[in-house]
Design a protein around this ligand. Structure first.
Ligand code: ARG
Length: 261
C-alpha cells in the first residue's frame, strides 16, 4: 500500500502513466482557471523552438537522443524488449497538426535495475529516423545548476487535462539538502536532481510531462539535457520541487544502452 501511494505520488509506476493517458482530452477541456497558465505556470512554446521534443502515445514526453532513439522515463514504459506499440509524435507544438511526424517504436530499453526508486530513464528505438535536431545529454555535473527549461504536453494544473499545444517554463535548480527537506529518503540524491520555486511554487512539470527533458544552454550556447521529468508531490506546490532523473549520472549507461539498440 505504501508502495502504491508512493507510486501515485511519485508517478513512478505504470499505473500513474495510465492515469495520465486516460485523462487525455481536448485542449481547453481541463478545469484550469484562466489565471493558471500552462506545463504548470508556463506559456506556449513556438513552433521549432524545442525541435527535439517528442510526445509518446502512452501519455509521456521524451527527447530525441538520436534521430531514431527517444530518451524518456523508465516509469513511462513497462519493461525492455521488442515493442511496436508506442507512437512518437515529433516536429510540431500542436499535436493535432497535419504536419506532425509520427513514427512507431520497435524496441524499448528500460534502465537496468529500475525498481521505482531512482534510475528513471529508458530508451525507445524508432522504426525510422526523424530528421530533426537531437538533444545532447550532460555527461558531467557541470550544468546541474542555474536555471533550467522544461516543456511538455502534460497537465497545466494539478489534476488537469493533457494539453494540445506544447508548453514551456523555466525553473531554478534546487540543491539536494533543500529537496530532501521535502522528500526525505524518497529522494535518491546521486540519481535525482530537483528544480522549482521552493518558496512560492507556481511553476512545475506535471502529470503527462514525465519522460520529457529538463534542459539548459551549455557554455557553447547549445541545448543540453540535464534531467528527465520523473516525479513530485502534486504539481507546483510550494515546498515540493519537481524531481528529475540526474542525466549526468547515467550518461555513460545511456550511451552504452543506445549502442545496443
Ligand atoms: N510522474 C509524472 C508523469 O508521469 C510527472 C510528475 C512530475 N511532477 C512534478 N511535480 N514535477 O507524468
Amino acid at each position: 500500500m505504501k508502495n502504491l501511494l508512493r507510486a501515485f505520488k511519485r508517478c513512478a509506476a505504470a499505473g500513474a502513466v495510465i492515469l495520465a493517458a486516460v485523462s487525455l482530452q481536448p485542449a481547453g477541456a481541463s478545469a484550469a482557471s484562466a489565471s493558471t497558465p500552462p506545463v504548470v505556470g508556463g506559456t506556449r512554446a513556438a513552433q521549432g523552438e524545442f525541435p527535439f521534443m517528442v510526445r509518446l502515445s502512452m501519455g509521456c514526453g521524451g527527447s530525441l537522443y538520436a534521430q531514431d532513439i527517444v530518451l524518456t522515463a523508465a516509469h513511462c514504459v513497462s519493461g525492455s524488449g521488442n515493442n511496436t506499440g508506442i507512437t512518437a509524435t515529433a516536429g510540431v507544438v500542436d499535436l493535432r497538426s497535419s504536419s506532425a511526424i509520427k513514427v512507431k517504436s520497435t524496441k524499448v530499453l528500460q534502465a537496468p535495475g529500475y525498481n521505482g526508486k531512482g534510475k528513471d530513464w529508458a530508451l525507445i528505438k524508432l522504426a525510422r529516423p526523424i530528421s530533426l535536431p537531437t538533444l545532447g545529454i550532460a555527461t558531467t555535473n557541470t550544468y546541474n545548476k542555474g536555471t533550467f527549461d522544461i516543456a511538455g504536453w502534460g497537465a497545466a494544473t494539478e489534476g488537469g487535462g493533457q494539453q494540445r499545444y506544447l508548453l514551456k517554463a523555466k525553473v531554478p535548480f534546487v540543491d539536494d539538502a533543500t529537496c530532501q527537506r521535502a522528500y526525505g529518503n524518497e529522494l535518491v540524491p546521486a540519481e535525482e536532481l530537483c528544480a522549482g520555486f521552493v518558496e512560492e511554487g507556481g511553476t512545475d512539470t506535471c502529470q503527462g510531462d514525465s519522460g520529457g527533458p529538463m534542459f539548459r544552454k551549455d557554455d557553447a550556447g547549445a541545448w543540453i539535457q540535464v534531467g528527465i521529468v520523473s516525479w513530485g508531490t502534486g504539481c507546483a506546490r510550494p515546498d515540493y520541487p519537481g524531481v528529475y532523473t540526474e542525466v549526468s549520472t547515467f550518461a555513460a549507461d545511456i550511451k552504452k544502452a543506445a549502442a545496443t539498440l
